[in-house]
Design a protein around this ligand. Structure first.
Ligand code: AP5
Ligand code: MG
Length: 238
């Protein structure tokens, strides 16, 4: 229950590095220094915007991993793990689970995915602190560069409509009217500021998420390819 007693993410970066090749951390760093080595995409968008719909399409298109913080948390809850025990009440309320817990859960899978070609992150980072810690780990291991932060833009009424529909079809426990309203407030208060943080770094692409799924997808691919090409040319560090 007391996840703070677990090894913190920085320790886990070191332990990841020790595991990831027989030559240890130095070799791992050497393998990730080129900016073109891995593809790193983030989906930052409110509940119902289509993160979980688009992420698998992008993962398949670029042959990279899809990592969803929400799906991983729900899996931990279903399996009754230590993380799941802590996360349950936050998920039920529609609140964000504590930053340290999410960072601990994701650091190793994200680093492994990057080493194997890249990732599309669906739902992480979700707070400024998560973004700053992720950037610190990225710098520590060296060579991880974000190519694009995709912001799916969808009007509030449409978001609510989609989540009510999904509740009827799939019965996700946090898709009740009250919890959806709270998740949207949490997005505005805690996640929306991330867009400013990444915009300052020239990474944010606004995509019209109210189009048919395949049009949203092709707009994301065009924008990601464009940003990726320009960043490979100027080689800037984010
Ligand atoms: P998470 O699982 O990430 O949920 P969410 O952000 O609330 O988003 P959703 O999964 O509801 O929506 P989505 O954008 O994936 O849309 P989807 O593609 O499904 O997080 C859940 C909880 O986990 C959080 O509340 C928090 O407690 C915790 N958590 C997760 N990450 C965390 C973190 N980093 N830090 C702290 N806590 C964290 O689409 C929705 C519906 O619309 C679907 O039915 C879909 O079929 C439909 N749809 C999609 N695209 C279209 C389209 N273009 N046209 C019409 N319908 C569409
Ligand atoms: Mg989702």
């Amino acid at each position: 229950m007391d996840y703070h007693r677990q090894p913190r993410y920085v320790d886990r970066v070191e332990s990841y590095a020790a595991q990831c090749s027989t030559d240890g951390y130095e070799r791992a760093k050497d393998e990730t220094v080129s900016v073109t080595d891995g593809l790193a995409l983030l989906l930052v968008a409110p509940p119902g915007a289509g993160k979980g719909t688009q992420a698998p399409l992008l993962a398949s298109h670029y042959d990279i991993a899809h990592i969803s913080s929400g799906e991983l948390l729900r899996l931990n809850v279903a399996e009754g793990t230590r993380i799941g025990e802590v996360a349950t009440e936050y998920l039920a309320r529609g609140d964000l689970v504590p930053d340290d817990l999410v960072i601990d859960m994701l650091t190793v899978p994200v680093l492994e995915a990057y080493r194997n070609g890249g990732f599309v992150l669906d739902g992480f980072p979700r707070t400024l602190r998560q973004a700053e810690e992720a950037q610190r780990v990225a710098r520590q291991v060296g060579g991880i560069q974000l190519q694009a932060v995709i912001h799916l833009v969808v009007p509030r009424d449409e978001l609510r409509r989609r989540l009510v529909d999904r509740a009827e079809r799939e019965g996700r426990s946090d898709d009740t009217e009250t919890t959806v309203a709270h998740r949207l407030e949490v997005f505005d208060a805690q996640t929306e500021p991330l867009l400013g943080y990444y915009a300052e770094r020239g990474l944010v692409v606004d995509i019209d998420g109210e189009q048919p799924v395949e049009n949203v997808y092709s707009d994301i691919v065009s924008a990601a390819d464009r940003l990726r090409a320009s960043r490979a040319t100027d080689g800037s560090d984010t």
